[in-house]
Design a protein around this ligand. Structure first.
Ligand code: FAD
Length: 293
């Protein structure tokens, strides 16, 4: 089958990119592997009109609305590779080039790699978070731990006092210099240098046990489609990991390929993914009308 646009990733960014194309009656295919980044969290915060809603419900409602447009096709699958052809791009699924599209939108998000501390992974999205704007308010100004995972954790620890009484677990990863120690004192951040052995319980207490109401840590992120580079997309190094470089309308460095959402910015959110998706979808449509292929 041949489509005007193939969108890889059918979550916040991908569905948002699909909508303007569907409304322009373009024949599109959304391919989605169904593993949203925030699937570990019961609620999503900070997205206009949907604050406190279950993230899966936001996406399923959006998909339902998208699929009312007759030119939309949806495939629950993982796109394993893509190659440039004379007509655009061919996408490989299950080891075979299955389907072709004139344009490609990469909306496949990122994967999070957490610090290797026992007990952290299973609490991810429940009592361990990365984004204070998303999950800080609910900790009710309680005891917050920031677990260092890299250089950028200092900035993280300096932010968190706006959401509660903050302890910075430097964990042998960050050694604050005199200036940084002064900055931490000025923000009333306590510094705990003893390495964290384990996260235990939901509101944990140590061999010394230190009780916390919630934890924050920064993850390393990686783009979910490693083959983007082979197609000519330049990746940029951000403070938390690589992402696909795009211009102001979400065009990548590879002709005919757009990227949006977490995959194409240094740090993301639902609202930003939706905004980026709208940009990518309209830019892909404009390129079908006015671009030279
Ligand atoms: C624990 C946690 C809690 C969060 N809470 C909030 C919050 O409260 N508020 C907020 O604004 N943000 C929150 N975020 C951030 C938010 O999840 C992301 O910014 C948002 O999901 C980005 O949307 P996206 O569409 O770019 O990517 P995603 O939502 O990650 O979707 C990418 C989609 O692409 C699919 N995909 C990947 N590879 C392929 C492939 N090869 N083929 C086909 N499909 C593929 C995936 O399976 C997935 O369905 C949270 C993140 C985490 C980790």
């Amino acid at each position: 089958m041949h489509f005007d646009v193939i969108i890889i990733g059918g979550s916040f960014a991908g569905i948002s990119a699909a909508l303007p194309l569907a409304r322009a009656r373009r024949k599109i295919l959304v391919i989605d592997a169904g593993e949203r980044r925030n699937r570990f969290a019961a609620v999503s915060h900070g997205f206009l009109g949907q604050d406190g809603r279950e993230p899966g419900l936001i996406v399923s409602k959006a998909r339902q609305q998208l699929e009312r447009y007759p030119t939309v096709h949806w495939l629950n699958a993982k796109a394993q590779a893509a190659e440039r052809t004379s007509n655009g791009f061919a996408i490989e699924i299950d080891g075979k080039p299955m389907t072709e599209g004139r344009r490609l939108i990469l909306a496949a998000g990122v994967a999070d790699r957490l610090p290797a501390i026992p007990g952290l992974q299973e609490r991810w999205g429940k009592s361990v978070f990365h984004c204070p704007y998303c999950h800080g308010y609910e900790l009710d100004q309680g005891r917050i731990g920031v677990i260092a995972s890299g250089e950028h954790s200092m900035h993280h620890a300096l932010m968190l006092p706006d959401w509660g009484e903050t302890t910075f677990f430097t964990n042998g990863i960050v050694v604050p210099n005199a200036d940084q120690a002064a900055q931490l004192r000025a923000r009333a951040v306590k510094v705990e240098t003893t390495p964290v052995r384990e996260i235990a319980g939901d509101r944990a207490d140590d061999g010394r046990i230190v009780a916390m109401d919630g934890l924050f840590t920064l993850t390393r992120t990686s783009v979910q489609i490693p083959w983007a580079e082979q197609l000519g997309c330049v990746l940029e190094e951000g403070p938390l990991g690589q992402f696909i470089w795009t211009d102001a309308v979400k065009q990548t460095t590879a002709k005919g390929i757009f990227a949006c959402g977490d995959a194409a910015r240094a740090a993301g959110s639902v609202a930003l993914a939706v905004g980026d998706g709208a940009l990518a979808g309209t830019a892909a449509h404009q390129s079908l009308m006015f671009g030279s292929d």
